[in-house]
Design a protein around this ligand. Structure first.
Ligand SMILES: Cc1ncc(COP(=O)(O)O)c(C=O)c1O
Length: 371
């Protein structure tokens, strides 16, 4: 979490004695001014900040980053297009509550809350399988065929996707939006992990708002990039009438005072974001190289702050149990549709922690029956 956010939370703890500003108040206006993104004005790393001299932190505190503010990547928006939520998750459920989709299409594997939210509203879900042979990449032609075969009210796309870390390139997104609009399918693009990419402005669906704005909601989360999952803060950009319906359908104080203050501070954390843009790709590359050097582990390329891995032989349940005994937790992915007991996901952490994971995995794989 950025030090600046810690300081704000400490200083402003007393503000919980009052009700929060309804509908996100000032934060909503600042997100709109930043073009709808949670990265604020950190529109992309300059790439000049080499990894040398890093203090070992994935965060931006006290590093060697020059910290020049970069111009906003996207144009300021009308605040009427922005909705702030108690985590991105609340906004997924709220969207489904308001749209009441009869049927939705979800790539599989992907974030499980999409399916849960549709079912909670009485809708049905079809899955578009992503295959390991295609690196779990979304294949536009298959999506096109599915949208033509069956009418869907709602399509979910996470970019990058969780747990695969795959990124859909801008030209493919263009094609998807055109096809979906042609079939009257509303698209939710979830960019909760996009802020980790130095060149996120090239990929964001916020660029498409002028052309397909009526059929599109772009979702984002503060909890990933700024490491605030316990505070709960997300936002989305959607057509103003839809935002109005979402606001009307919910608790006006869903986003608590401290989360709003933290969000306002996050939007000013340019250095933190720039440093993350330098460190995450480097640490991810080193972790992937370490994991790939282990016999029996396949690592899938990822654009996010995690890596999806496959155990070529054996069971992840047993592997996870042995690692847990060493106080190392990996995410067993068997609960994701389309992934069995051979897939797991690991987070990109500090180099020492990443090396500890690689060493422990090497040990367990070498002596699978060891305690
Ligand atoms: C793709 C994706 N979107 C949204 C979320 C939820 O984000 P939040 O913590 O802001 O509710 C997650 C959580 O893992 C996720 O993987």
């Amino acid at each position: 979490m950025p030090e600046g956010v810690v300081a704000v939370l400490r200083e402003r703890l007393g503000s919980v004695e009052w009700y929060p500003e309804p509908q996100g108040g000032q934060l909503k206006h600042l997100i709109a001014a930043a073009g709808g993104s949670v990265t604020g004005w950190a529109a992309g790393s300059t790439g000049e900040d080499s990894a040398a001299g890093h203090d070992g932190s994935v965060t931006a505190e006290g590093g060697s980053v020059t910290g020049e503010a970069v111009a906003p990547a996207v144009v300021p928006l009308d605040p009427a297009r922005v909705v702030v939520g108690n985590g991105a998750c609340e906004l997924i459920h709220l969207l489904c509550h308001v749209l009441s989709p009869r049927n939705a299409l979800v790539p599989a594997p992907s974030f499980s809350e999409y399916e849960r939210a549709v079912r909670a509203c009485g809708g049905t879900v079809n899955r578009l399988p992503l295959s390991p042979e295609e690196g779990f990449q979304l294949v536009v032609e298959k999506l096109r065929q599915e949208l033509a075969r069956h009418h869907y009210d709602l399509l979910f796309l996470a970019n990058p996707n969780n747990p695969t870390g795959t990124l859909t390139p801008p030209d493919e997104m263009d094609a998807i939006f055109r096809v979906a609009a042609g079939h009257g399918t509303f698209v939710l693009v979830d960019e909760s992990f996009l802020g980790f990419l130095p060149d996120w402005p090239r990929f964001t669906a916020l660029r498409h708002l002028p052309s397909v704005g009526d059929h599109l909601m772009v979702l984002n989360s503060f909890t990933k990039l700024y490491c605030l999952p316990g505070l709960r803060l997300g936002c989305a950009v959607a057509p103003p009438p839809l935002v109005e319906r979402m606001e009307a359908a919910r608790d006006p104080w869903a986003v608590n005072t401290l989360a709003q203050l933290a969000g306002i501070q996050c939007l000013q954390e340019t250095r933190y974001v720039q440093r993350t843009h330098v460190l995450i790709p480097e640490f991810r590359h080193r972790l992937a190289t370490g994991l790939e050097s282990l016999p029996g582990i396949q690592v899938f390329p990822s654009a996010a702050n995690f890596l999806l891995c496959r155990l070529v032989a054996g069971s992840v349940t047993s592997l996870a149990r042995q690692l847990a005994r060493r106080l190392i937790l990996i995410r067993n992915c068997s609960s994701f549709p389309g992934l069995g007991d051979s897939y797991f996901r690991v987070g990109v952490r500090l180099p020492d922690e990443n090396q500890t994971l690689v060493n422990a995995l090497a040990d367990v794989l070498e002596r699978p029956d060891s305690p």
